[in-house]
Design a protein around this ligand. Structure first.
Ligand SMILES: Nc1ncnc2c1ncn2[C@@H]1O[C@H](COP(=O)(O)OP(=O)(O)OP(=O)(O)O)[C@@H](O)[C@H]1O
Length: 518
């Protein structure tokens, strides 16, 4: 029995050793492949060819995967390090024997070829460093083959001891860093505890910011700044935590301060949102059993029609936390990792107890409930499984004439204007979105300012104010004598193009008939 156990233990240890060896080899191969990709995409084609030749057939059979390159790895490592230690990692250091012009020389040599003399010199230096490092490695029993090749081909010095330097830190550097990491980790463990206030600094706001002091009305309006709890540690999964940080950066920590009245028209959408979020918070007793609140609402329609405004109104009205996650932040930043990002998003939303869940508990009668408000310009491209979960789908259309008139009145209300034919403007701005109307008004209001700027410049020179400014009272007087005219408004309509529906109105309506649910 004892003999069998020993045999099995030996076998297991042998297997572990083998798999470690395989991983090491794969890592070396992957490093080379990524370096080769990097060299090729950065114009070091000769070096890349030599590397390929020297790497042999194995290297030719591989190429970098779609969603990874050296640059991304460095970037992600920097982010991870920044999150963990609150500072950027030091990846390079100035070579002791390099002169101050090295950076310029490097830049120049990146564009042109090295001179022979310089190449010989650097080869000699590299050889010297390699020998030093080899000795050190022999002492520590670490293999040097693959890295040695990379160093040579990159022309990068990977120094041993104190005198090294170059693009990549030496292994000696790494081990020093690692031991510092170990030390810092001990000191930081307390800070990194997700349940300790005062932990990971990035996502925490000082407590006193929670109730920002009111400011005078001409300053930024009072924002209800929220105190976010530190991130959970996601069972120690560093990657998930980093994703969590990304999402948390997209959480609006201030109340967006948009009221229902600020959103013109869109009564159907407002009704549904109130029904789904606002009222269940106020009257949870009414929304139980079959009447449990909606879990997801999709707002769809042309760009600039008020979908984001509606979401902000919900967030302000219910004092909920607003995660504004756009498709681009999901797709571009973590290419290929969008599933993970979504998982973290939900994980985070479930754990945001102080702000979100206490509110959401009201909605979900104690179970962890997250309400999803999605917005899309292209609803027909959405996955049907996702659509099914967005129980209510509301079209947010281009504004009708009456709504356009209200928008024009709202924007032009604060301007010094002649008697403007806003009704006529509303009639001739058919097809404009709310955002287009805002642009149109800005353009109209800008025209008198342009005239004024010329006058102000002339005044500066006649009053000997070169470089100085004309008195505020005088500027105000000039503004009052220079209102927005009907001609300004007409010209603004003429130069402002609709960005809205792009002729898709019929398509939105058809989709609304087929899939809409209000
Ligand atoms: N119904 C509306 N009432 C008041 N303002 C509006 C309305 N619709 C649009 N606006 C104006 O247009 C701007 C852009 O609106 P918003 O960001 O809500 O559009 P959106 O539908 O989310 O656009 P996109 O689909 O491109 O993200 C708002 O800041 C606001 O000034």
């Amino acid at each position: 029995m004892a003999g069998t156990a020993t045999l099995m233990a030996l076998k297991a240890s042998n297997q572990a050793q083998q798999s470690e060896e395989t991983s090491k080899q794969e890592r070396s191969r992957d490093t080379l492949v990524l370096v080769m990709d990097y060299l090729t995409s950065n114009g070091y084609s000769n070096t890349a060819s030599s590397l390929k030749a020297e790497g042999g057939a194995t290297l030719s059979r591989y190429e970098g995967a779609d969603n990874v390159d050296l640059h991304t790895i460095f970037h992600d490592f920097e982010e991870y390090y920044q999150i963990k230690f609150g500072r950027k990692p030091k990846l390079t250091r100035r070579s002791m024997d390099g002169d101050d012009d090295d950076d310029t020389k490097f830049a120049r040599s990146s564009l042109s070829k090295h001179s022979d003399a310089r190449r010989r010199k650097s080869e000699l230096e590299m050889q010297k460093r390699k020998e030093v490092r080899e000795k050190a490695r022999k002492r520590s029993g670490v293999d040097s083959g693959v890295l040695g090749t990379i160093e040579r081909k990159l022309g990068v010095s990977v120094g041993g001891g104190g005198g090294g330097g170059g693009l990549v830190g030496s292994r000696d550097d790494m081990s020093i860093t690692a031991s510092q990491v170990g030390k810092e980790k001990k000191d930081k463990d307390k800070e990194d505890d997700p349940f300790q206030v005062g932990g990971s600094a990035m996502q925490l706001k000082p407590a006193q910011e929670k109730h920002a002091a009111p400011v005078s009305h001409d300053e930024t309006p009072v924002m209800n700044v929220r105190l976010l709890k530190p991130l959970p540690n996601f069972g120690g999964d560093i990657e998930l935590r980093a994703l969590g940080e990304t999402i948390q950066r997209d959480i609006l920590q201030t109340s967006p301060d948009v009221k229902w009245e600020d959103v013109i028209d869109l009564d159907e959408a407002k009704r549904l949102l109130k029904e789904a979020v606002v009222m269940p918070i106020k009257y949870p007793q009414l929304f139980t059993g079959l009447l449990s609140p909606w879990c997801g609402i999709l707002l769809y329609g042309p760009p600039g029609t008020g979908k984001t405004m509606l979401a902000k109104a919900v967030a302000s009205e219910c004092n909920t936390t607003f995660f504004n996650i756009s498709a681009s932040s999901i797709v571009s930043k973590y290419r290929g990792d969008s599933e993970k990002l979504i998982r973290v998003l939900f994980e985070l939303a479930r754990r945001m107890k102080t702000e979100l869940l206490i509110q959401m508990d009201g909605l979900s009668r104690g179970t962890e409930h997250v309400f999803v408000l999605a917005a899309s310009n292209l609803p027909w491209d959405l996955d049907s499984a996702l659509l099914r979960r967005l129980e209510k789908r509301v079209l947010v259309p281009l504004p009708e004439k009456a709504a356009r008139l209200k928008m024009l009145e709202m924007h032009m209300g604060g301007q010094t204007c002649d008697d403007l034919d806003l009704d006529g403007c509303a009639a001739s701005s058919e097809g404009f979105s709310g955002a287009d109307i805002k642009l149109l008004c800005k353009e109209a209001a800008m025209r008198p300012v342009r005239r004024l700027l010329g006058k102000l410049e002339r005044m500066e020179s006649t009053e000997g104010l070169e470089g100085g400014v004309v008195e505020e009272a005088k500027v105000r007087e000039l503004v009052e004598g220079n209102p927005v005219t009907q001609d300004d408004l007409d010209k603004a309509i003429a130069v402002t193009n609709k960005s809205g529906g792009g002729g898709l109105e019929k398509k939105y309506e058809a989709w609304a008939k087929a899939y809409g649910s209000t």
